[in-house]
Design a protein around this ligand. Structure first.
Ligand SMILES: Nc1nc2c(ncn2[C@@H]2O[C@H](COP(=O)(O)OP(=O)(O)OP(=O)(O)O)[C@@H](O)[C@H]2O)c(=O)[nH]1
Ligand SMILES: [Mg+2]
Length: 297
């Protein structure tokens, strides 16, 4: 059988996490319309009789502005150098840009087999597709390009077969029923972060970290989850809490519904909002919130 790791890389907001979720058939990574949603390398595992593909979703390429975004950049770079194949995701609907071409060429030069997923074709004129594919090829991006829509499921099977073919022959690397390398606790924190990204604007969601301090199933079978929403500034805290606590109540209930779906049981969620000034640039806090400053250079 074919088996191996596939680094899923590309610009921020291209659609990488949405695609990984569709490829593995389960939500392993959160998604939002804002760039820099994904902060960690997250594995999503696809098992079929003839292959096991371990997709590694990565933070999108975006100009690093603080220590956290440098860590994210480094995570993507390290992943891309340590996989059996690369899946470069580009947003077709945004239109093929010079920076996509340069980035694709950079990864191609890593010398590992690569395929391109040209995604979001459900919201763009179909006639642009061949022209962009030609442009990519002429620019030297000579690997296979798959026009897909993660939202509509278009061409996903073709993409999977194409990616599987890039992998070496080998044994299964991960046990059959595992879908992600991340813990339930990690996913609960990410679900909360997703709802914050979907609710608040500008710098607020980017300056938020979520830490789960308690996660137990009590004797009545209810999951008790206590978490901290950490933001960077006192005025952000006021916005997140909202008038009479309305905003945080809504976000928490939005998150709780998803947590219940994810855990398959009732959730009792307690949320605290805290301020840690400029935590995104402070190594000890970055470490406390699960982002490894060693990945920053
Ligand atoms: N119409 C449409 N929208 C899509 C598709 N794939 C992703 N999107 C949307 O594009 C936005 C970004 O998607 P993500 O999957 O979070 O993108 P990403 O590349 O993981 O972003 P970062 O983690 O920030 O790098 C979201 O609003 C998605 O709903 C698609 O196939 N069609
Ligand atoms: Mg993502």
């Amino acid at each position: 059988m074919k088996s191996g790791y596939v680094g899923v890389i590309g610009r921020a907001n291209a659609g990488k996490s949405t695609l990984v979720n569709v490829l593995v058939g389960e939500k392993v990574a959160i998604v939002s319309p804002k760039p820099q949603t994904t902060r960690d390398a997250i594995m999503g595992i696809l098992n079929e009789p003839d292959y096991q593909i371990i997709f590694v979703d990565t933070p999108g390429i975006y100009k690093a502005k603080n220590a956290l975004s440098s860590i994210m950049e480094k995570t993507a770079e390290t992943t891309a150098r340590d996989v059996d194949a690369l899946l470069f995701v580009m947003d077709g609907h945004e239109g093929l840009s010079e920076s996509d071409i340069q980035l694709a060429k950079k990864y191609l030069a890593f010398g590992v087999p690569m395929a391109v997923a040209y995604t979001k074709i459900d919201i763009m004129p179909k006639e642009n597709i061949p022209a962009d594919m030609k442009k990519l090829y002429e620019a030297g991006v000579t690997c296979d390009v798959y026009p897909v829509s993660a939202r509509k499921g278009t061409n996903i099977k073709k993409l999977v077969s194409g990616v599987a073919a890039l992998l070496p022959e080998g044994e299964k690397l991960i046990e059959d029923d595992i879908v992600s390398d991340k813990s339930e606790k990690f996913m609960l924190a990410e679900i909360m972060r997703e709802k914050i990204l979907l609710t608040f604007d500008k710098e607020i969601p980017h300056g938020v970290a979520v830490v789960v301090n308690k996660f137990i199933k009590n004797e009545s079978g209810v999951y008790e989850v206590d978490l901290d929403v950490i933001c960077e500034k006192a005025n952000h805290k006021a916005i997140i809490i909202g008038k009479r606590g309305e905003a945080i109540k809504n976000v928490s209930s939005f998150a709780r519904k998803d947590m219940e779906k994810f855990l398959g049981g009732k959730v009792f969620l307690t949320t605290y909002v805290k301020v840690k000034e400029d935590w995104r640039d402070r190594p000890s806090l970055l470490r406390d919130f699960g982002y490894d400053p060693k990945n920053n250079s």
